[in-house]
Design a binder for this molecule. Sequence first.
Ligand SMILES: *Cc1c(COP(=O)(O)O)cnc(C)c1O
Length: 509
Amino acid sequence: MKNIMYHSTRNNEVRLSASKAVLKGLADDGGLFVPDELPKLDISFEKLSDMDYKGVAYEVMKLFLTDYTEDELKYCIEHAYDAKFDTEEIAPLTYADGVYYLELFHGATIAFKDMALSILPYLMTTAAKKNDLKEEIVILTATSGDTGKAALAGFADVPGTRIAVFYPKNGVSPVQEKQMVTQKGKNVKVIGIKGNFDDAQTGVKKMFNDSALKDELKEKGFVFSSANSINIGRLVPQVVYYVYSYTRLLKNGKLSEKDKINFTVPTGNFGNILAAYYAKQLGVPVGRLICASNSNRVLTDFFMTGRYDRTKEMDLASGNFESERKFMLTESPSMDILISSNLERLVYLALGSDDKKDAALMKDLNEKGFYELDDNAKSFLKDFEYGFADEEKTSAKIKALYEDTGYVIDTHTAVASAVYDDYKKRSGDETVTVIASTASPYKFAKSVMSAIDAANKDREDFALIDDLKEISGTELPQAIKDIKEADVLHDTVCEISEMPSEVKAFLGV
Ligand SMILES: *Cc1c(COP(=O)(O)O)cnc(C)c1O
């Protein structure tokens, strides 16, 4: 098997093994680690169709994480995809109204972040052992709501690690917040910031690039790493379920090997859909990748024009960037993001792996608030379809799907589903389509139940959870039972500028 090394999107020269890239999270130059080349599957789809989730996970992950031994990787996979998931299928498909919903929310914290964050702690502690790491690993995490809890659940009381999570104090759902602030564990810290997700992510990235801070902490025996999808150890496990879902449809005769498959993904930081793109490069016959945004439609504007602009919004009629782009708080908070970090990995490929150009564009984004691709790079984006759904469209979709089929989806999934409806209408494309269903409706019970019946807007979250159980006929997830009674253990709130001092206080330095 080919040995795959990783390098920064902003410097092709610095090359690291997979396990070192997992440990480091983000490159010192602020770039993201990417594989020197994207691997190809070396096993038939027929064989993969006969494997369970863990089997497929091994066949996919071994291609990317080549310096992990077979035993190491299988150990990580065994411990990740176990009874923490409430179904042996791990990621089941549900058919409703002409599309397949790939349910990625059957893990411990009922959002798709569990798919990768249940394995990342194993990948990281294995990497620490392999590389003789002396320091304790400090996971710094910015969250728009779901990564935080999934990372906390994964890393709580894992020896040799500590984890600090920063979330936008007024930018997450009540269930998301309660899940985080009730987290137990001797090595965990949860901090609300007076800012939005982009502020949290930028603050964390700054700490990663602060060499004085890093030196100081190294002396005290600590190194930073990341549990965000900027870490290649998050991205690689996410490729698995795209391969898995395709092989399930083959196995059940819903597709033949001649057919293509489309994926529609509700997108924020561009991690999940990038994993689908990697699955395509592995050899899955993907037709269209449909990138769905909510009202924070910076990605829609980007795919339409090749201009990524976090400060100005495209005028839908003229295509010009004229009005100020405002950060909007929506009912799909995990997608309330204007700086989609993982897009840099796609842009890097669009630039023909030109690290200098990539670094220059990211500098533009930082300093001017936008960058623009040239025509050559723009043409690289043609694999992608795109669109956005505003609040009204999103809740109308939840209601219509429930009334037509009885199936209840969460707000993020509904954004994707509404965008897919638009795509299908304008293209007439009949290709079998899978929508990534990224969260359990229980996690956003208030928004979901209010979409179905506006009278629910004034009712209590937990009363609505009981009603949701009633109307959907699904079981109450353990994650919801757990927070009903749990005590609040974290109440720190800080200014953006205080993030480093909060980390130091947490570490006792
Ligand atoms: C994180 C998240 C998303 C966005 O995924 P990205 O990988 O950041 O694009 C969508 N939906 C839910 C429920 C999420 O938690």
